[in-house]
Design a protein around this ligand. Structure first.
Ligand SMILES: [Zn+2]
Length: 189
């Protein structure tokens, strides 16, 4: 009985925050411009990945008061690490900085829609919101192939705001893959 009641309280608090915040599903055109600034910042962070031949994906963790807590970029090639995604790096750095794995009230800003691993890590970190740029129809799990952020079966849910500066974020990725193709063509002669 106690379990049931506390579960209901959690559910209620989450659904109230989803309904009350009012900023989750507003059309992109009328979004506050602050997310655009954070997204431009995340794209600059993504540039770090280029030095090691990694796909340029960048992420930030923004604290409850709008403070920039941490950044991360894709280091899969650099570290030979299948889990070296930008969001994981940023979540770890933010948790280290706060001295807690709970990132309540925090927002993750990332240039590409998170995969299932990263969306799952955001559930575990209890974040408040994820703001992403370009959609990933082949791997994204915050809207494209599923939505781990808004799955009522999980014990935590968070707000998902997709499509912020989507074109600029997609262009950054396209430029990277274009340069890869050029390099391999040149290598072949
Ligand atoms: Zn990921």
């Amino acid at each position: 009985m106690m379990y049931k009641r506390s579960f209901w309280l959690v559910r209620r608090r989450v659904s109230t925050s989803l309904r009350g915040s009012g900023d989750a599903f507003v059309p992109i055109e009328s979004r506050p411009t602050e997310w655009n600034d954070w997204m431009a910042d995340a794209r600059r962070v993504a540039e770090n990945a280029l030095q090691t031949g990694d796909v340029p994906v960048g992420a930030l963790v923004v604290g409850p008061l709008g403070e920039r807590l941490a950044e991360g970029w894709n280091t899969r090639e650099r570290d030979a690490d299948p889990c070296g995604h930008a969001e994981i790096q940023a979540l770890r750095a933010a948790a280290q900085r706060l001295g807690s794995w709970r990132l309540e009230g925090c927002t993750v800003v990332v240039t590409l829609e998170p995969c299932a691993m990263c969306a799952g890590a955001m559930v575990l970190a209890r974040i408040k919101r994820c703001v992403y740029g370009a959609s990933d129809p082949k791997g994204g799990f915050l809207g494209s192939l599923g939505n781990l952020g808004e799955d009522a079966r999980l014990n935590h849910r968070f707000l998902v705001v997709g499509g912020i500066e989507a074109e600029a974020c997609a262009a950054q990725l396209r430029a990277f893959f274009r340069s890869l193709r050029r390099a391999s063509k040149a290598a072949r002669g």
